[in-house]
Design a protein around this ligand. Sequence first.
Ligand code: AHG
Length: 337
Amino acid sequence: MTKPISLIQFLIEEKRAGHINAQLSLLIEVVARACKRISVATGKGALGGVLGNAGSDNVQGEAQKKLDVISNEILLEANAWGGHLAACASEEMEDPQPIPDAYPKGNHLLLFDPLDGSSNIDVNVSVGTIFSVLRCPDGVTEPKVEDFLQPGTEQVAAGYVVYGPSTLLVLTFGHGVHEFTLDREHGSFVLTRRGITIPPETGEFAVNMSNQRHWEAPMQRYIGELLAGAAGPRGRDFNMRWVASMVADVHRIITRGGVFIYPLDAKITAKGGTGKLRLMYEANPMAFIVEQAGGAATTGRERIMDIQPSALHQRVPVFLGSRNEIEVATRYHLEAD
Ligand code: AHG
């Protein structure tokens, strides 16, 4: 195991290495501290009175869980006063949240999905927080939506926290991917894996198979090959896993390889949709992490991080994970176009 060092010590080392500045270091500390509070809230379950619906809808028209609302508030409140942010944007809110006038402003933009996979909360299955950090454009003091609409290649940091049997933070600054485990007794995140890599080959895929009949032909072709197993073109059997919590599914891929796919399908396009997952809060940060670990992340047609966003809550198809498989799936889509 990697020599145990705390997140704080790791951040100091990253600063000394010139990978991050003091504001970004503080930002990550603050996000990690907020996620510890979310971890405590999710861990209380029914005893904390936090399960069930909040009785409101979010900007996506989805019913909010109480923990969606609590997690969003925890992240907003923690990030308001540190002087490291110019503004925040959340999957749960229609518009960006400015930093209150009472506090100094920094030069970063923070985007987050405060509690991803929240349909899993009530059944006690892993959920997570996903975040992405951009620079605020020079000279902008009151960031607007257009200031957030930067491609994923502009991210200066991305990470997620899984609230599972243990609470884990996975982080990248564009210099590899590192995992920290929350030491619940001491209340600090401890580095448990440094320089994580995703194997290029895999025998595992994650997809919601109940949507199969709605998929496009290249997606049918790709998954058909995996399902054919040893008798198919790969000559080996594949296993399937689907937690329905992107954070948990991506964490499995970061740990032992695999592919995660949420494709475009006829059910989505019939409603005028462009995908299920959100570019700015889910696809871009996960793509940054997966690429930094040596994997690939596309929409089936183009690299996710190259997309020029057109809206804060834009949705995209997502194919990410072990490089060789993502290349095949992407090639099939491009050949079919
Ligand atoms: P939500 O946070 O609204 O529960 O969405 C979860 C996302 C993602 O985490 C997961 O991979 C996917 O939606 C699951 O979608 P299905 O329910 O269609 O399987």
